[in-house]
Design a protein around this ligand. Structure first.
Ligand SMILES: [Zn+2]
Ligand SMILES: [Zn+2]
Length: 135
């Protein structure tokens, strides 16, 4: 099964060239991600959509379009850099008037719905249950 994937595009990854086999004797391909990074993926990872980017996808797919959106009591104002885990942070305005910085993940998954003023009065519900972050 010697498939040549050179030049093919899988989601964010463009296959540059064959890069040998990994320790499991799977064929590896050198790929360039849309973000410009180089990464390596096996044939099956590419074909089965198991690997869609260099790893940046999870963090950036939502990073560009949260501006102006509302999550609970929070309205996203603008990007506020990244936190120590390299997650996108957003400057949000809470309905109570306070400004707070929240990561994309916390906003999208509903972990954070206010500046903290909601406190424990607000029962935490996992509305996004069902593998939102499957990608
Ligand atoms: Zn990337
Ligand atoms: Zn608040």
């Amino acid at each position: 099964m010697n498939v040549n994937l050179e030049g093919m595009k899988f989601n964010h990854l463009t296959v540059i060239k064959y890069a040998g086999t990994d320790k499991f004797q799977k064929r590896l391909w050198e790929c360039r991600c849309d973000c410009g990074a180089t990464t390596y993926a096996t044939t099956s990872a590419l074909k089965n959509d198991y690997k869609k980017s260099c790893g940046c996808l999870k963090h950036t797919s939502n990073a560009n379009d949260l501006k102006g959106q509302r999550f609970g009591m929070l309205t996203v104002m603008k990007r506020a850099g990244t936190n120590k885990h390299r997650k996108a942070l957003w400057r949000c305005k809470c309905d109570c008037g306070r400004i707070t910085a929240v990561s994309s993940v916390d906003l999208v998954t509903g972990n954070t719905k206010s500046c903290g003023c909601l406190g424990k009065n607000y029962a935490k519900r996992n509305l996004m249950e069902g593998g939102y972050w499957n990608g």
